[in-house]
Write a protein that binds this ligand. Structure first.
Ligand SMILES: *Cc1c(COP(=O)(O)O)cnc(C)c1O
Length: 438
């Protein structure tokens, strides 16, 4: 290499890492990502693609903006609990609680005595207070874990009696029969896909029965000639009844008359109810177990409970969700049609200079997360060209829209109104990038 070759002037790594901006970046992001950015910039300079004096600036510009790679998304799909987008967004109160719990905390420690205390007692007390019909409660990793714990503790090596109409696949290959089989319990199927009677259950009971399981087939509906047995009748059979309500609704929700809730199931005689924390409860991923004091004590003492326990961040978020203000999921579910329409029209007006063909159209939102499959949440959307959707997904912030009948639809139901400005900016930028500007 000749002495005057600019490649000789590419700054050394230690010199670059002394740049105050990169020192600060190492403090915030760790040395790995910063060194990667530095090495990449040096290589570009050596290849002649970057002037040597710009290497520090280029490394700084290429740094990741966040310490973890998951990107916040503006959910413009109108689907409230979008499993691929992390289901329920936490409330500001829950976010604050998670941040406060991130360091050392008294999660399992009594500050008055200096001794060990019951883990997560605040969250458990909040859940008990929210559902007085439960004798006791427990929180585990997710809804599937709650179901595994309940069936293992009540029926390992014995039979779980379940209707053929409730042998469901919940999503992503998660099949109830496989889950139950993995616990060492045997499934005893009764009835048919569309009809199961109390006599079907009664005929299957015997000395080997561990429990009866009733599962809410959340993500589909059987219509026509159907019948199923309610919890009240099942609880007369004299064996423990486990009810998987799925969504984690604690009380009846008038907007969702077909969604079962924990309070009703317990009042009807369920021994234990399981559900998810990050569906309609609007909290963190968690499995809720609510039941009689005796059954919950059995679950708590089972060795598997330790393997399924939740961390302090989940406990903090759960307590804040239960005690705190209405969750974002609740607000999205109950969004007022008139307000949605005004916000959507305002969005369309602001996009019109960039794309005059923009339209406001009716749009059907949904609960999602495998809940309330038949239910339409009437709303509104801004309609734009289909080609815009990939540009919106790859912009910053990431915007996930709905693509329907050749159009990109932006439904504001699940976009907090504080984010309307960011959405406008993201769409204008995406229109510019796709050349779809009018
Ligand atoms: C969602 C769901 C589950 C699984 O809950 P996760 O929290 O996703 O593990 C189990 N049963 C029913 C009926 C569900 O709807």
């Amino acid at each position: 290499m000749p002495d005057d070759d600019p490649r000789r002037r590419v700054p050394r790594t230690d010199v670059l890492l002394a740049d105050p901006r990169l020192v600060e970046a190492v403090r915030r992001l760790g040395p790995g990502p910063v060194k990667e950015a530095v090495t990449a910039a040096q290589q570009r300079a050596r290849a002649g693609a970057l002037p040597p004096e710009d290497v520090a600036d280029a490394a700084f510009a290429a740094l990741p903006t966040r310490p973890a790679s998951m990107r916040p998304v503006l959910n413009a799909t109108g689907v409230v609990l979008h499993t691929n987008l992390g289901r329920a967004p936490l409330s500001p109160a829950a976010v604050e609680a998670v941040t406060a719990a991130a360091g050392y905390v008294d999660v399992e420690y009594d500050v008055a005595t200096g001794r060990r205390a019951r883990r997560g007692r605040g969250a458990l007390a909040a859940l008990r207070a929210a559902v007085p019909a439960a004798g006791d409660v427990l929180v585990v990793n997710n809804g599937a874990a709650a179901l595994v714990l309940a069936t293992t503790a009540l029926a390992a090596g014995r039979e779980v009696v379940v209707s053929r109409g409730e042998m469901v696949e919940i999503g992503d290959g998660f099949r109830l029969p496989d889950l139950i089989a993995s616990t060492g319990a045997r499934l005893r199927e009764v009835g048919t896909t569309n009809r199961t009677s109390l006599a079907d259950y009664a005929a299957a009971l015997g000395p080997d029965t561990g429990c009866v399981l009733k599962v809410h087939p959340s993500n589909f509906r059987v219509e026509g000639f159907t019948s199923a047995v309610g919890v009240r009748e099942l609880s007369m059979l004299g064996v423990p009844v486990v009810v998987d309500v799925g969504s984690g609704l604690l009380h009846p929700e008038p907007l969702l008359p077909d969604e079962p809730d924990a309070t009703t199931a317990l009042t009807d005689g369920a021994s234990v109810v399981t559900g998810s924390g990050d569906k309609l409860l609007g909290g963190p991923q968690a499995g809720l177990l609510l039941g009689t004091a005796e059954v919950v004590e059995r679950l708590r003492r089972h060795p598997l409970a330790r393997a399924l326990r939740v961390d302090k961040l989940t406990l903090a978020a759960m307590e804040a969700t239960l005690r705190g203000p209405a969750t974002p999921a609740h607000l999205a579910l109950h969004a007022d049609g008139g307000t949605l329409r005004r916000r959507t029209e305002s969005l369309a007006r602001r996009l019109a200079p960039a794309h005059p063909e923009v339209e406001v159209v009716p749009c059907a939102g949904a609960v999602g997360g495998g809940g309330a499959p038949g239910l339409v949440l009437p709303g509104w959307a801004v309609a734009l060209p289909e080609e815009l959707a990939p540009a919106l997904r790859t912009g910053d912030p990431v915007v996930v829209a709905r693509v329907e009948r050749g159009r990109t639809l932006l439904d504001l139901r699940c976009v907090p109104d504080a984010d309307d400005e960011r959405l406008v900016a993201a769409v204008v930028a995406a229109l510019a990038r796709t050349g779809a500007e009018g």
